[in-house]
Ligand binder design. Structure first.
Ligand code: HEM
Length: 364
């Protein structure tokens, strides 16, 4: 009896009892206990997935706050952002955190993609975890592109023009794709509500559904162990609470960094977009599209009997297709043999992205 009394003392146990009586939450216990994380020298690479979840949460919360004051029409969008930054309490901070968290999300998605790639976490039976993740990468980039256009300043207007023009080069569906993005033949006032609809409705719904699917696969199949470690002995630690504590500490640190970035490097807003104006100097996309932008810039006007830009888009699409389908192309890893050419391919892509990005900024 004494033990029972001690158990029910304290707010936490009371809440627990309250929930247990109504929802029988104790059934979750075995589920949580079942989830373990392998401990080995690559364990750190299990963190980016959780960080992405946290960052998505930040984006939803700060995005909803911005939505309360943002006006998604070409006439008022820019002014409404100025209003958010100058008059809404902490509006500047929320805008800054939203913008920097979007960068962090794209960077972390890239790290997660390449780490699962190099560790061959995509191999059988996780082909669909990889595919759903790859689709998430595309959606995260879609958030970046549509979000940038919502600033509706000169640079973001022309970046939207150039970005949709490049999408227009896609074979077979290019014209339809650019019309869909622009809401017409060219970028006009009609483009902004289109981008807004994608940014606050279509993309979040698709992302939430895909994250659910992605996590379901991870939960059912458990965390993979890299080929090199598979045959060796390793420890497993319970996800709850051991691993989740570490996750939580990382999330706090990241949140602190985002707030510091927003405070010490406030997000700039350029001059209001003018659709009739000629393109200003220094039109450029955000850093994560720079490598593609630079590739298209350095290619000659015509090559291999085709327009240079088209060749560039085809090269990029081929790269995307190979990476998306890697679980089905790399048959060796599925049999537990580390395929070297896949590692070369991965490093090739990393070096290409870094070098192109470097030259894009160096040639300013
Ligand atoms: C919003 C984006 C994403 C979220 C929220 C997310 C979340 C997660 C989480 C929480 C895990 C479990 C922890 C771990 O093993 O790392 C995971 C695993 C995994 N993710 Fe993602 N992910 C996202 C994007 C991606 C991308 C872009 C890829 C690659 C194309 C990817 C591929 C994988 C794979 C293959 C695993 C299994 C790893 C293993 O079992 O070792 N995910 N993801």
């Amino acid at each position: 009896m004494a033990i029972k009394e001690v158990k029910t003392v304290g707010l936490l146990s009371k809440v627990n009892d309250w929930l247990e009586e109504r929802f029988h939450i104790s059934v979750l216990g075995p589920l949580l206990k079942k989830k373990t994380i392998p401990m080995h020298k690559y364990t750190a690479w299990y963190f980016p997935g959780g960080i992405l979840l946290f960052l998505f949460g930040i984006q939803v919360v700060t995005g909803l706050m911005l939505m309360l004051f943002y006006q998604p029409d070409a006439e008022h969008a820019h002014e409404s952002l100025l209003f958010i930054m100058q008059y809404v309490p902490y509006g500047w901070l929320i805008r800054g955190v939203h913008a920097y968290a979007s960068w962090a999300m794209i960077l972390t998605a890239m790290i997660h993609l390449f780490s699962t790639f190099f560790l061959k976490a995509y191999r059988k039976p996780r082909e669909f975890t990889w595919l759903s993740g790859f689709a998430l990468m595309m959606l995260v980039l879609g958030f970046g592109f549509t979000g940038y256009s919502l600033c509706w300043d000169m640079v973001s207007l022309f970046a939207t023009k150039v970005g949709s023009e490049i999408a227009g080069q896609t074979p077979f569906i290019g014209k339809q794709l650019s019309m869909f993005m622009r809401g017409g033949e060219v970028v006009t006032e009609a483009t902004l509500p289109r981008m807004y609809g994608l940014h606050i409705c279509a993309l979040p719904i698709a992302t939430a559904l895909l994250i659910g699917l992605h996590l379901l696969f991870v939960q059912v199949q458990g965390a993979s162990v890299p080929i090199k470690i598979e045959k060796k002995k390793h420890r497993e630690v319970p996800f709850f609470p051991d691993f989740l504590y570490r996750d939580a500490v990382l999330w706090l640190v990241i949140f602190f960094i985002l707030v510091c970035a927003a405070v010490f490097f406030p997000k700039h807003l350029g001059e209001k977009a003018d659709i009739m104006a000629v393109a200003p100097e220094g039109i450029e996309p955000e850093w994560y599209f720079m490598f593609a932008f630079q590739l298209l810039k350095v290619l000659p006007a015509r090559m291999l009997g085709l327009e240079g830009r088209l060749v560039g888009v085809l090269v990029l699409l081929l790269g995307v297709a190979i990476f998306a389908l890697i679980p089905f192309i790399d048959r060796k890893s599925a049999r537990g043999i580390d395929s070297r050419w896949v590692n070369y391919l991965g490093w090739g892509a990393v070096v290409f992205i870094l070098v192109m990005t470097y030259f894009a900024y160096a040639s300013h």
